[in-house]
Design a protein around this ligand. Structure first.
Ligand code: FAD
Ligand code: NAD
Length: 404
């Protein structure tokens, strides 16, 4: 009998967790497992704010895909997926066309710009590892230019961060530590530097515990970060951003760097795949399959699920992507055995938001955390994610151990 092919697209948190669990459940006699990813490495998307600010080297946030998969069980193909057609059961990639018996789509997130003019061209984003590298290098270039220029244009030293969600706040936390270092490196008086966070909603980290949010804002303001709240960005130009400050009132902030961190959508390839989606996210069946396609699973940020308890969508997080990967591996095995699949039930453990390497806020396990305790907890979470994919060896190689 022909062995089925399980094709997994994307070696992010969701795709890679699916594969490392599948390789435990399925023998090479039972199925071909093929993993396709754009790069030959996985990167920790949850560390992109650190790579973007330059508080860690980008290489620290990545490791080889083949170092965590069992090559006797999984074929890894380094290729870019260019089209998915679930009606024809075909996937086009830079390395040729592929077919499948079971497909898992885990191609991750893209920044959401909501059609705001100029953002695609004039703003940077923490969208992937090379984009984070670009953010770091762009800021360094602006700072170096200011130092070398005869006529000092101080707007080169202004960094605008659009969005005070978790990504924006974590990035600001890193900038709070990095800016003094940069000023020293490039001989810049620190009072010349401006870091401004522009948020559309009436509060920072909308929906998060207010006491923890107050703590975060106070800590970041102490590091010189400014907030403009309830003032959406409405346009970006080569010079900076236009923000709406009142009914018919606008301000323009000149800035050498604009980093857009105002939300995410799924990978655009979903939109032309033949699967119904909204903002490139698929409202999945309870067992994580795409509606109408019994052989297609969606994992991670390309999937959309409603939390019935609060009647709101689950946030797109690595925490949930990894849990989905475990369930999808089990469900594929069940289908291969002609058994019924099981419903995916997320186990929410809480959220911890870093404010640099030495500070954080957290709401987890029914308790609230701030400062060094929260920061240590964040590192434990980061190390646990490494452990779940690559075991103790990967934690030793890539883990975070500076707890105080
Ligand atoms: P990803 O992890 O993004 O992986 C997608 C993979 O697909 C990548 O390897 C990519 O290279 C590959 N790919 C993309 N397009 C193609 C293509 N065309 N062809 C081939 N391969 C392709 N969540 C938390 O739970 N906790 C946190 O602390 C946290 N911190 C975050 C910090 C930041 C700065 C950001 C931006 C996000 C954070 N998140 C956090 C959210 C989390 O990173 C995402 O929810 C998670 O990465 C989603 O996993 P995924 O597997 O869907 O996608
Ligand atoms: P988000 O959607 O959570 O936050 C985006 C923010 O941008 C919101 O506060 C929104 O009001 C604001 N915004 C939207 N339009 C705007 C505009 N025009 N001008 C100014 N502000 C605007 O997005 P995110 O922060 O990128 O997070 C994406 C996902 O990743 C979330 O699910 C988040 O929980 C997760 N994440 C988790 C962590 C963590 O657990 N530590 C860290 C980063 C991201």
């Amino acid at each position: 009998m022909k062995r089925p092919t399980i094709l997994v697209l994307g070696a992010g948190y969701g795709g890679l967790t699916t594969v490392v669990n599948l390789q435990k459940l399925v023998t090479p006699d039972e199925a071909n497992i093929v993993l396709v990813n754009k790069n030959d490495y996985h990167y920790e998307s949850t560390w992109l704010h650190e790579a973007g600010a330059g508080t860690i080297d980008a290489d620290k946030a990545r490791y080889d895909v083949t170092s965590v998969i069992d090559k006797s069980k999984v074929k890894f193909v380094k290729a870019s997926v260019t089209n998915i057609d679930v009606n024809e059961k075909k996937v086009e990639t830079s390395e040729g066309e592929m077919t499948y018996d079971y497909l898992v789509i885990g191609l991750g997130f893209e920044g959401e710009t909501f059609g705001i003019p100029g953002l695609d061209t004039h703003a940077l984003a923490l969208a992937n590892l090379n984009a984070a590298r670009q953010v770091r290098e762009h800021i360094e270039y602006q700072f170096a230019s200011w130092s070398l220029d005869e006529e000092k244009d101080d707007s080169k030293l202004t960094i605008v961060v659009g969005g005070a969600g978790f990504t924006g706040i974590e990035f600001l936390g890193e900038l709070g530590n990095r800016v003094p270092e940069l000023c020293k490196e490039f001989d810049i008086p620190q009072e010349k530097v401006r870091v401004l966070c522009v948020e559309a909603a009436p509060m920072v980290l909308p929906g998060f515990d207010e006491g923890l949010v107050d703590y975060a804002v106070t800590q970041l303001e102490k590091k010189g970060i400014e907030f403009s709240i309830g003032t959406p960005v409405v346009e970006a130009t080569e010079e900076g951003v236009k923000i709406k400050t009142g009914e018919d009132e606008f301000d323009f902030v000149k800035a050498g760097t604009v980093v857009w961190a105002a939300g995410v959508r799924g990978n655009r390839l979903i939109e032309t795949s033949g699967i119904e989606s909204a903002r490139a996210r698929v409202r999945v069946e309870p067992d994580m399959r795409a509606p109408g396609f019994d052989d297609v699973f969606i994992v991670g940020d390309c999937a959309f699920m409603i939390n019935e308890e609060v009647n709101r969508p689950y946030p797109p997080t690595a925490q949930i992507a990894m849990q989905q990967g475990v369930q999808i591996a089990k469900n594929i095995k069940a289908l291969m055995n002609n058994e019924t699949t099981a419903k995916f039930v997320p186990e929410l453990k809480g959220s911890v938001c870093s404010l640099g390497h030495d500070d954080a806020i957290g709401d987890a396990m029914g308790r609230k955390f701030t400062g060094k305790t929260a920061s240590a907890l964040k590192k434990v979470i980061d190390n646990r994610a490494l452990y779940l994919v690559g075991g103790a060896g990967l934690v030793l190689k890539k883990g975070k151990f500076k707890f105080l």
